[in-house]
Design a protein around this ligand. Structure first.
Ligand code: F6P
Length: 521
């Protein structure tokens, strides 16, 4: 597609429909429409009936999908075409979860070899077969990585039941509190450090890895001992080696998997360690099942496609400039952050594939939290604020604790919130009025286990891809993050007093202010 999506007949038609579309409650009186909005894929039941979608709008959205050749583009993604055009690469995260024997020959051997090596390491560390330099079993794992090299594994480790074999900590931030707190909890004889960085050049990860190495060496260990305690997951084996991690301790990442799509690779090592290799395999299986659905389900029944189209409708036509992920599951506390990175780093773009500026809005702001605690904080804004928004509710049908009454209350609250967002409350007193008519989707997972978590994350990955296709942007690069990285270098020098100040007035003032404290302290 070279022209903007806004020139397409379906887009224009949707624009006209948006002027007069019925309220959600009115739309929901139509049984045929309700059936069309009840979808099922890979163990996830999706209820889109609380969306502001009439039959006509659904038809218009499906026409839009056809007009952007969404199915052809999906096929191109899945067969390994170079869909990441600015970096001239495929985006083959789906290859990471394709079972042995069913994958593309170009990718499968790499994937299977890495999976086998990673499972072997997890097994040997767990069994105490692989020990530290002083022959003590490893019990602590410090995972050092940021963004896509951290959020996925940390989300899964927090969400899924652990074996209790390891104390796993995640360190992402350059804020020294993070690494020093993590290391303070560790006995170096029993600690493995996993440095995860696709590029092995990310500031935060390198500084934290260096701090961990210094901490290790200061405690009487030698450079040779690093091989018994430090592991890396990276596409840059050379840099990892320069750091001191031998090639046999480096597990691969590849340039054909984006960082934010990499939880399915060796980046997921902490999941295999914390929850066991089977849990990691189950996660891959759930994601693969969603891939199969995405690849094969007809357009109108295809959950990732419907989720993407619904998001386009809400943000581009109904004016929802923000999307809330409301996970009614304490274990999914990191899900909004994970999706924030996945969706906003992928689709927070303003230039089309043909280099022209977009003339439609792209990714809305994504935020969220867990219910019910959010109800006592920002739900006030959702019910009575002035902003249009959309939301996803996520619920597990069955809990993994014995407090069934708690779970029923949790579910009752999730359903009550989405209902309130739909129907509102027409109180006579203006201050008490709740307008409602806010579009939401509810995703029900039978359980929050590894399989369903895998399916859920894959669902969002495919949604992101489809929205990128519709907006005509590249979902797989992230050039926008580079500027801040470039600017930080000179400011760092100036904060240290080793370079002359030549900044804008505000930055210059702040540098001086912070330097004054350094001098005084
Ligand atoms: O700054 C953004 C980013 O490039 C993400 O896309 C990536 O997941 C993260 O940094 C970490 O990158 P790396 O794995 O190369 O350290």
């Amino acid at each position: 597609m070279t022209n903007s999506v806004s020139t397409l007949p379906a887009w224009k038609h949707l624009g006209r429909l948006a002027q007069s579309v019925a309220s959600i409650s009115e739309c929901a009186e139509d049984a045929v429409r309700n059936d069309r909005l009840t979808l099922h894929a890979a163990g996830i039941d999706a209820d889109l009936r609380k969306q502001r979608l009439s039959n006509e709008v659904i038809d218009g959205l499906l026409d839009l999908a056809r007009e952007v050749s969404l199915e052809d583009r999906r096929n191109a993604l899945l067969r390994g075409d170079h869909v990441n055009t600015s970096e001239d690469r495929p985006a083959m995260h789906t290859a990471l979860r394709t079972p042995a024997g069913a994958g593309l020959p170009e990718f499968e051997p790499h994937v299977q070899a890495a999976l086998a090596a990673m499972s072997e390491l997890a097994q040997k560390l767990s069994a105490g077969e692989l020990r530290g330099a002083t022959n003590r079993a490893i019990t602590n794992v410090v995972h050092i990585g940021i963004g896509g090299s951290q959020l996925g594994p940390e989300l899964a480790v927090r969400a899924l039941p652990g074996t209790g074999r390891f104390n796993i900590q995640f360190v992402a931030n350059i804020d020294g509190h993070a690494i020093s707190t993590a290391l303070a909890n560790c006995d170096p004889e029993r600690t493995a450090i996993i440095v995860v960085s696709k590029s092995f050049s990310t500031l935060e990860t390198l500084r934290n890895a260096e701090a961990a190495r210094a901490w290790f060496l200061e405690r009487g260990f030698t450079i040779a001992d690093i091989a018994r305690h430090f592991f890396a997951i990276s596409a840059n084996v050379q840099e990892a080696a320069r750091f001191g991690i031998p090639a046999e301790n480096v597990f691969p990442m590849w340039d054909w998997v984006g960082g934010r799509y990499s939880v399915w690779s060796a980046v997921g090592l902490p999941i295999a360690l914390a929850c066991g290799p089977k849990a990691f395999a189950d996660m891959l299986a759930g994601a693969h099942q969603m891939d199969q659905h995405f690849a094969q389900a007809p357009l109108a029944e295809n959950l990732p496609i419907l989720a993407a189209l619904t998001g386009i409708w809400n943000s581009n036509f109904l004016g929802a400039n923000n999307h809330a992920v409301l996970a009614y599951d304490e274990r999914l506390a990191l899900l909004p952050l994970y999706l924030q990175q996945l969706e906003t780093e992928s689709n927070g773009k303003s230039v089309r594939l043909d280099g022209q500026p977009v003339d439609v809005q792209t990714m809305p702001i994504l935020w969220g939290g867990v219910g019910t605690t959010g109800q006592h904080a920002y739900h006030q804004l959702l019910h009575q604020g002035t902003r249009a928004f959309s939301a996803d509710f996520i619920i597990a049908a069955s809990p993994d604790h014995p407090l069934s009454d708690h779970h029923r209350w949790l579910q009752a609250n999730a359903l009550a919130q989405s209902q309130a967002m739909m129907i509102g409350d027409d109180q006579p007193q203006a201050e008490k009025r709740v307008p409602g008519n806010h579009p939401t989707t509810t995703l029900v997972l039978e359980r929050l286990d590894a399989y369903h978590l895998g399916a859920l994350l894959a669902l969002y990955e495919h949604k992101v891809f489809c929205q990128g296709v519709i907006w005509g942007i590249n979902s797989f690069d992230q050039w926008g993050v580079e500027l801040g990285k470039r600017l930080a270098g000179p400011i760092y020098q100036q904060l240290g007093g080793t370079a002359a100040l030549n900044q804008d007035a505000s930055t210059q003032h702040l540098i001086s202010r912070l330097r004054a404290s350094q001098t005084n302290g």
